[in-house]
Design a protein around this ligand. Structure first.
Ligand code: ZN
Length: 147
């Protein structure tokens, strides 16, 4: 996932960050939200949403690539930058080379670990991919950042 990095684009990130910071003060809430019993259904829900979005907008051009489902042929407005992973579904037009898929598979694993909490956690990690811990973990070069 990625955005353009402009200052106004970071507003949702700061808002989400506030929520995450307040929640993380309540350690028990973090434990509950990130527990697999809560996180896993969130991952499934995100995957179902990504699948539906990719299937409809990509006219059912879905294929498996390891643990990822790749939905290609989507219009460019239907995802961020070169592609976006929602749950286990990678949405793109045609940006699906091997290194990109490796990068997106890490995002799918992050979705699986954090469930729906991945959304505010990702936004809180910052809009600049070079400093976003989830993008760094997925591999900046593989994701097409920093070239
Ligand atoms: Zn990424």
């Amino acid at each position: 996932m990625a955005t353009d990095g402009s200052p106004s684009a970071d507003r949702p990130g700061r808002y989400a960050g506030g929520i995450v910071r307040r929640a993380s003060r309540l350690g028990w809430l973090r434990v509950v939200l990130l527990h697999p019993v809560i996180a896993r259904p969130g991952f499934w829900f995100a995957t179902a949403c990504g699948w539906a979005w990719g299937a409809v907008l990509g006219r059912f051009r879905l294929r498996r690539a390891g643990r990822l489902v790749v939905a290609s042929g989507l219009p460019k407005w239907a995802y961020g930058q070169g592609g976006t992973t929602i749950g286990a579904v990678y949405l793109t037009t045609d940006n699906a080379g091997p290194s990109v898929l490796e990068h997106e598979a890490v995002h799918a694993a992050q979705w699986k670990k954090y469930g729906l909490a991945f959304i505010p956690l990702y936004l809180d990690a910052g809009q600049d991919a070079r400093h976003n811990r989830f993008e760094i973990e997925a591999g900046l070069a593989k994701g097409g950042y920093g070239r």
